[in-house]
Design a protein around this ligand. Structure first.
Ligand SMILES: *[C@@H]1O[C@H](CO)[C@@H](O)[C@H](O)[C@H]1NC(C)=O
Ligand SMILES: *[C@@H]1O[C@H](CO)[C@@H](O)[C@H](O)[C@H]1NC(C)=O
Ligand SMILES: *[C@@H]1O[C@H](CO)[C@@H](O)[C@H](O)[C@H]1NC(C)=O
Ligand SMILES: *[C@@H]1O[C@H](CO)[C@@H](O)[C@H](O)[C@H]1NC(C)=O
Ligand SMILES: *[C@@H]1O[C@H](CO)[C@@H](O)[C@H](O)[C@H]1NC(C)=O
Ligand SMILES: *[C@@H]1O[C@H](CO)[C@@H](O)[C@H](O)[C@H]1NC(C)=O
Length: 392
């Protein structure tokens, strides 16, 4: 598995925790709540006479219906997370977090669900759409199968959706591209397939992070695909990409911080416009069929810390400008056909240049392999980023 995709998981987890903490701040829970509910009829039994935290309302009732339907759709719950999902006060259920409604501080609503690492088996029922106030849905590392119900299109406040590492399948849930508040979308390690729609990268959606790696998605790169994205992190590793890295990749210069296109079968040149991504810290284009030379302009990417272009068919000399980048600490160019590397590269703290054609340098390809490569038809790069092969 890709180190860069896994390391991300930890960082994202931390962010989730922070966001959850924000929602769970005691002040937010205690302040806006009304005094005893005016409808004690809802709890006829020997329930506590005055319960300041018992605001039963229509939205919590809807949430109750949704969560009971969900509980019925669960066939295995090895950690017993949903064991206490009984009774009308859903805010006390494990993994359910309530807060005052965005539009009415006197109403308690379900704002967050966190069942991460529950190993729960089951499916996501249509009733889930009743959770219209949900801002965070974290279902990472469970065994939910089926797809995301279309009723989730009612979740107008949904901000973070993490369903990574489940058994979800089917086409990309198209309603996701019109969820107005969605910022963090994590679908990685599922069985989704089909084309990833262009709308994921732009249109109505303005994601901050997109993790679609390790599914069976197909992505067709065109000049408009990535260009409109506002995301700071895009990970499409282990996914089938067709088309070429478009020069319009530069349009993401104001926002993009991490781009991981590892093992995507992309067969393309690296357009020089990529150098305009001044905020990019991590660029992983390894294990593809990229050809041509590394653009000198990568030396303009002043924030770059990690560059991995290993296992492609790149040639020429590694540009000095890249090794002069002030923050570069990990440079991996192994498994290409580079024929030279400037001395300045020796100062990059972590460097892997094995299996190239650098003369009199250790761990290089055989002389025969390098000669054979030199006899291949030369690669020319088109203005659209595509490889133009000379006719034989
Ligand atoms: C879950 O509940 C069942 C039945 O009450 C019990 O046997 C099992 O040990 C519980 N598992 C955990 C992880 O608490
Ligand atoms: C929720 O849980 C708390 C703490 O266990 C308890 O005091 C309270 O009565 C419960 N509320 C309801 C409505 O069940
Ligand atoms: C996805 O790409 C693979 C390989 O290129 C192809 O076999 C498959 O038919 C494509 N699927 C779709 C839905 O486009
Ligand atoms: C990208 O933005 C351009 C210009 O704003 C627009 O014409 C195009 O439809 C957008 N593409 C997508 C996929 O949203
Ligand atoms: C590369 O991606 C393909 C799917 O496009 C996947 O089947 C394969 O396992 C991946 N390779 C590695 C080493 O992860
Ligand atoms: C450096 O980059 C390579 C390739 O991306 C990766 O395998 C390695 O773990 C990285 N090293 C560190 C310390 O980040």
């Amino acid at each position: 598995m890709a180190p860069s995709t896994t390391s991300k998981k930890g960082g994202a987890g931390l962010r989730h925790l922070l966001l959850l903490c924000l929602i769970l701040l005691p002040s937010r829970l205690s302040q806006p709540l009304p005094a005893p509910s005016p409808s004690p009829a809802a709890s006829p039994s020997p329930a506590p006479p005055t319960s300041p935290l018992s605001p039963f309302n229509d939205r919590l009732e809807a949430a109750y219906i949704a969560l009971q339907a969900w509980k019925h759709a669960i066939i295995e719950d090895p950690k017993n997370l949903t064991e206490n999902w009984c009774g009308p006060f859903v805010c006390n259920y494990t993994g359910i977090f309530c807060t005052a409604a965005r539009d009415d501080p006197h109403i308690l609503t379900v704002a967050g669900i966190d069942l991460n690492h529950g190993r729960i088996a089951g499916y996501l029922p249509d009733h889930l759409g009743l959770l219209a106030d949900l801002a965070l849905l974290h279902l990472n590392s469970n065994r939910f199968h089926g797809t995301l119900p279309g009723s989730m299109s009612h979740m107008h406040l949904l901000f973070e959706l993490d369903v990574s590492n489940n058994l979800l399948s089917g086409a990309f849930p198209s309603f996701l591209t019109s969820l107005p508040s969605l910022k963090y979308l994590d679908l990685r390690f599922n069985r989704f397939d089909g084309e990833l729609p262009d709308g994921v990268f732009g249109g109505k959606l303005s994601l901050d992070a997109l993790f679609a790696n390790d599914n069976k998605f197909n992505v067709t790169l065109s000049s408009g695909t990535l260009a409109n994205s506002t995301a700071s992190v895009i990970v499409l590793a282990n996914t089938e990409l067709t088309g070429c890295l478009p020069p319009t990749i530069a349009d993401m210069a104001d926002t993009l911080v991490e781009l991981v296109l590892l093992n995507t079968s992309i067969s393309s040149c690296i357009p020089p416009e990529i150098g305009k991504l001044r905020k990019l810290k991590v660029l992983d284009l390894s294990r593809n069929a990229l050809a041509g030379e590394l653009p000198e302009s990568i030396g303009d990417m002043e924030s770059l810390e990690v560059l991995n272009v290993a296992h492609n068919q790149l040639s020429g000399v590694v540009p000095t400008s890249i090794c002069m980048l002030p923050k570069l600490r990990n440079l991996t160019v192994a498994g290409n056909y580079f024929c030279g590397e400037p001395v300045s590269c020796l100062h990059v703290p972590l460097r892997d240049d094995r299996m190239n054609c650098i003369p009199e340098w250790p761990h290089q390809r055989t002389h025969e392999e390098c000669i054979a490569f030199e006899h291949r038809p030369p690669v020319h790069c088109g203005a659209n980023g595509c490889i133009l092969h000379h006719p034989l």
